[in-house]
Design a protein around this ligand. Structure first.
Ligand code: SDX
Length: 394
C-alpha cells in the first residue's frame, strides 16, 4: 500500500510529503506503523520496541532492543541546572506551557547534538530527546504539586520509570503496578505517531530550516497543546464530567448538532478517520483494564462515555458526517484512573508522540531531496494600489 509515484522535490517543500513511517486509511480505519497494524503492536509490544521500529524501520532483535533500551536509560537524567528552570514558573502553570519552555531549553545545554548534518549528532539528539521527555514531564508534574523531583531509575523500563518519577516520594517505598505500567506502555504506543498531523507537520516545518532538534520538538509540543489536537483528551474528560449522567446526554448531542452552538463532542471526529479510529477501540479496552486494576470498575464517567458513543453512533447526524470516537475519547478516563490530573493528559500524549516527531524529523533531514518547507498561499487581498498621504485620507 505505497504510492509508486515519481518524486518531485519541489512538491515536498510546499504542500505535502512522502514518508515510509505511518500509513492511515481513514475510510477503513487502518493504522500501520512501518507496515505493522497498531492493534498487534499495542497488544504485544513494549513502547520502546515500537519506538525502535518507528525510528529505524524494522522491529528490533532482542539484542537490538536491549541495547536501545540501555542507551535510552543512560540518558534519562537531565542536567542538574535544568531543575532551576522550574522555579521560574508559577506552581499552577499549565504543564504544557512548562514543557514548551523546558524542552526548548535543552537546546541551550546540548551543543554536541545540534550539528544535524552529522549522523552521530542526529542520533545523539534523538536518543536524548526520547530519554528525557518522561523525566521533564515528571518534573513538571512534581513541581505543580510541590513535591520533590524523583530521579530516573535505570533498572525500571520506560513506562515503569515514568510512573515511578511521577508517583514515588522520598519518604516511603513505591512499587510500580505491572498492570498499570503495561497499560502506560500501550497508551504510549497508541499515541506514538500518526502520519502528518498538525504537530508532526510543525516539527517537520521547523526542522526543515535546520533548526536545533530540541527547539523543533518544543514547537511540536506547542501545537499539540491545542484542544482541536492533543488537548482534546483533557477537553473530552471535562465534557464527560459536565454531562455527568446518562440522562443529560441528549441535551449535549443536540448542542453538538446545532450549527449555531460552538460546542463540539470532544474526542469525536477526525481530519482523516471517517471510520472508527482503531486506537479508540484499544484505548476503550485499556480503560476497562485500568479501572478494574485500580478498583474503579464502575466509574460513572465511563458509563456516560459508553452510552454517549452508542447514541452518537446511531444518530443520523453523526453517521452522515462520519463522526466516530477518536483516540482522545477514552484516554482521559484512563489517564485519570492511572492517577494523573487532567492538565497532565496532553503532556503524556507529548511524551509518546516525541518518538513519532523524532522519527519524522530524522526521515525529513536524511532525505537527499529535502529543502526548507515553504507552503504557498491563495492570495485574496486587494490588488495593487497607490499610497495616499494621511491628511488626504477620508
Ligand atoms: C487528534 O491529525 C491527527 O492525526 C490528530 C491525532 C493524532 O494522533 O495526531 O489523531 C490526534 O488530534 C485527534 C482529534 C482530537 N480532537 C477532538 O476530538 C476535538 C473534537 N473534534 C473536532 O474538533 C473535529 O472533529 C476535528 C478538529 C478533529 C476535525 O475537524 P474537521 O476537519 O472540521 O472535521 P470534519 O471535516 O470531518 O467535520 C465534518 C462536519 C463539520 O460540519 P459541517 O461543516 O459539515 O457542517 O462535522 C462537524 C464539522 O463541524 N464536526 C463535529 C465534530 N467534529 C466535526 N460536530 C460535532 N462534534 C464534533 N466533534
Amino acid at each position: 500500500k505505497t504510492n509508486n509515484f515519481t518524486f518531485d522535490p519541489g512538491f515536498t517543500s510546499t504542500a505535502s510529503c512522502e514518508s515510509k513511517i505511518t500509513y492511515i486509511d481513514g475510510d477503513e480505519g487502518v493504522l500501520l506503523y512501518r507496515g505493522y497494524p497498531i492493534d498487534q503492536l499495542a497488544e504485544t509490544g513494549k513502547f520502546l520496541e515500537t519506538g525502535y521500529l518507528l525510528l529505524y524501520g524494522e522491529l528490533p532483535t532482542k539484542a537490538q532492543f536491549d541495547d536501545f533500551s540501555k542507551r535510552i536509560a543512560y540518558h534519562t537524567m537531565v542536567h542538574e541546572q535544568m531543575s532551576q528552570f522550574f522555579t521560574g514558573f508559577r506552581r499552577d502553570a499549565h504543564p504544557m506551557a512548562v514543557m514548551v519552555g523546558v524542552v526548548g531549553a535543552l537546546s541551550a545545554f546540548y551543543h554536541d547534538s545540534t550539528d544535524i548534518r552529522d549522523p552521530e549528532q542526529r542520533e545523539m539528539a534523538s536518543i536524548r530527546m526520547i530519554a528525557k521527555m518522561p523525566t521533564i514531564a515528571a518534573m513538571a508534574y512534581k513541581y505543580s504539586i510541590g513535591q520533590p523531583f524523583i530521579y530516573p531509575q535505570n533498572h525500571l523500563d520506560y513506562s515503569a520509570n515514568f510512573l515511578n518519577m511521577c508517583f514515588a516520594v522520598p519518604c516511603e517505598p513505591y512499587k510500580v503496578d505491572p498492570v498499570l505500567s503495561r497499560a502506560m506502555d500501550r497508551i504510549f504506543i497508541l499515541h506514538a505517531d500518526h502520519e502528518q498531523n498538525a504537530s508532526t507537520s510543525t516539527v517537520r516545518l521547523a526542522g526543515s530550516s535546520g533548526a536545533n532538534p530540541f527547539a523543533c520538538i518544543s514547537a511540536g509540543i506547542a501545537c499539540l497543546w491545542g484542544p482541536a489536537h492533543g488537548g482534546a483528551n483533557e477537553a473530552a474528560l471535562t465534557m464527560l464530567q459536565r454531562i455527568g449522567t446518562v440522562d443529560r446526554i441528549p441535551e449535549f448531542i443536540a448542542r453538538a448538532k446545532d450549527k449555531n452552538d460552538p460546542f463540539r463532542l470532544m474526542g469525536f471526529g477526525h481530519r482523516v478517520y471517517k471510520n472508527y479510529d482503531p486506537r479508540a477501540k484499544i484505548m476503550q479496552k485499556t480503560c476497562h483494564e485500568v479501572l478494574e486494576a485500580v478498583g474503579h470498575g464502575d466509574d460513572p464517567t465511563l458509563k456516560v462515555a459508553l452510552e454517549l458513543e452508542h447514541i452518537a453512533l446511531n444518530d443520523d447526524y453523526f453517521i452522515e458526517k462520519k463522526l466516530y470516537p477518536n483516540i482522545d475519547f477514552y484516554s482521559g478516563i484512563t489517564l485519570r484512573a492511572l492517577g494523573f490530573p487532567t492538565e497532565m493528559f496532553t503532556v503524556l500524549f507529548a511524551i509518546a508522540r516525541t518518538v513519532g516527531w523524532i522519527a519524522q524529523w530524522k526521515e525529513m533531514i536524511e532525505d537527499p531531496y529535502q529543502r526548507i518547507g515553504r507552503p504557498r498561499q491563495l492570495y485574496t487581498g486587494p490588488t495593487e494600489r497607490s499610497y495616499v498621504a494621511m491628511d488626504e485620507r477620508g
